[in-house]
Design a protein around this ligand. Structure first.
Ligand code: EPZ
Length: 422
């Protein structure tokens, strides 16, 4: 889905002040799907107003869920009239989190057709681990060129080992297991804060999940769940992106409404680079990023360095003294955007698709760019804000999928950025 709007940025303006973090996209989308496990009303607070949420609300509405906005990032979802037959295939194929629907759909209906879920183009993004997990739970899965067909006579508890850690895979099979018959054990699960928050919500509503926050989840299936009120946790990836912006532009910026506990590894890396910060319980203030030094960066599952802020930190490293090796270990196609940084004046050599060698510091110059995906898109915005001259970024739908109210937030700290509809 593209639109013709673009961002136009006049770079090099001093930034100062306070920038606030919204609710986490990658928790909000998941917990809102979980409303389908009960027939009661769910109230979700701190929901970011972003395109992925709009798409999910459309999917839920098509499925018969009554959705109402109560104002100020709060939504009420009433799944009483949920009908799995009204799944909108076109919309579902637009964003990755839609695959979480499979558990609740299979809990109510014996046969579900489902397209390959969409999301950012940052690698192949297969769903083999989901399919293997569902098979273990007694689901038969077949596939033609367009759709997967899932058939089940009722989900059965199972022992499922993930050969590799998968965030959405863990969450999808968790949603499937909470109402499955018997016990499910999930081994080698993701431990991202969003996964933990989802599991904690489910337990609050009557699920029986043990081992939350560890690598093994043990789930005793229950017959029914309630729905209730849930607060979406702060978006650690948005916070990390603003942190990279503050340091790359050497600005005195205070990032508020965030949870620094979720960013301990990136914060430590910044300290090693020579950034001076004040870290409080729910804010991080960058005091100075003068003369920062290069650093190697290797992405890792939580609590390691998040792949989702690898691109913003790479922009930051173009301003650091020395050589940095950036190693993207999670996705095989998440470094190609470095080509646009080189066009802006960076000095980056691709060693192989998952490793680049960057030598800094280099002054960046404004360019015409097109956002390939969400996080490379925000990296372009950061690069544009620190560059000399004008940067134009097209395909900004990709950025607005995940960053709430970005233009207003940036303008409030002194950035010169406008959105133009051509
Ligand atoms: C989630 O994607 C996030 N998306 C991503 O954020 C994030 O980058 C990623 O986790 C890693 O933290 C959502 O939560 C909606 P994975 P997910 O399954 O769950 C491979 C953003 O910018 N794999 O943990 O899709 C996969 O190819 C987005 O907000 C298989 O091989 O990621 C990857 O190499 C982008 N087979 C690795 O596992 C499978 O069946 C980890 O992916 C599933 C995954």
């Amino acid at each position: 889905m593209t639109n013709m709007s673009k961002y136009i940025i006049q770079g090099g303006k001093p930034l100062k002040g306070t920038i606030s973090v919204s609710g986490a996209k990658n928790m909000a989308t998941k917990v809102m799907v979980a409303c389908l496990l009960s027939d009661q009303v769910m109230t979700v607070k701190n929901v970011p107003e972003i395109e992925d949420i709009n798409r999910l609300l459309e999917v839920l509405t098509d499925l018969g869920v009554k959705t109402s906005k109560l104002g100020n990032n709060t939504y009420q979802l009433d799944p009483k009239n949920f009908d799995p037959r009204n799944l909108n295939m076109e919309l579902v194929s637009k964003f990755r989190a839609s695959i979480l629907l499979l558990g609740p759909l299979l809990a109510q209906y014996k046969e579900i057709k489902f397209p390959h879920p969409g999301g950012c183009t940052i690698g192949k993004r297969p769903i083999d681990m989901f399919i293997e997990g569902f098979k273990k739970m007694g689901v038969s899965v077949s596939m033609d060129e367009k759709y997967y067909t899932f058939r089940s006579q009722g989900l059965q508890g199972a022992d499922i080992v993930f050969p590799q850690i998968t965030v959405t895979g863990t969450e999808t099979l968790l949603l499937a297991a909470v109402k499955a018959k018997g016990k499910t054990k999930l081994y080698n699960v993701a431990q991202e804060p969003e996964v933990i928050a989802l599991a904690e919500y489910l337990n609050k509503q009557g699920a029986k999940i043990k081992g939350i926050g560890t690598s093994i989840l043990e789930i005793d299936g229950v017959v029914s769940l309630t729905n209730g009120e849930v607060d979406v946790i702060p978006d650690r990836i948005e916070a990390g992106s603003f942190l990279a912006l503050a340091c790359a532009s050497n600005s005195n910026l205070k990032i508020t409404n965030c949870d620094p506990e979720h960013l301990r590894v990136p914060i430590t890396l910044l300290e090693q680079m020579g950034v001076k910060m004040k870290v409080n319980s729910n804010s991080i203030e960058v005091l100075s990023a003068e003369n920062i030094q290069a650093s190697n960066l290797k992405t890792h599952e939580y609590p390691g360095f998040p792949t989702d802020i690898q691109a913003p930190f790479t922009v930051l490293l173009t301003q650091a003294h020395g050589q940095s090796l950036i190693h993207e270990t999670i996705f095989e196609g998440r470094l190609f955007y470095t080509d646009f940084l080189n066009r802006m004046g960076a000095n980056i050599i691709m060693c192989d698709p998952q490793r680049v060698l960057l030598t800094g510091p280099t002054k960046l110059k404004g360019k015409k760019l097109e956002s390939p995906d969400l996080r490379a898109g925000i990296a372009m915005v950061i690069a544009g804000l620190i560059a000399d001259g004008t940067t134009e970024i097209e395909n900004i739908y990709q950025i607005e999928r995940g960053y709430e109210n970005l233009i207003d937030k940036l303008k409030a700290i002194g950035a010169q950025i406008i959105k133009r509809n051509d």
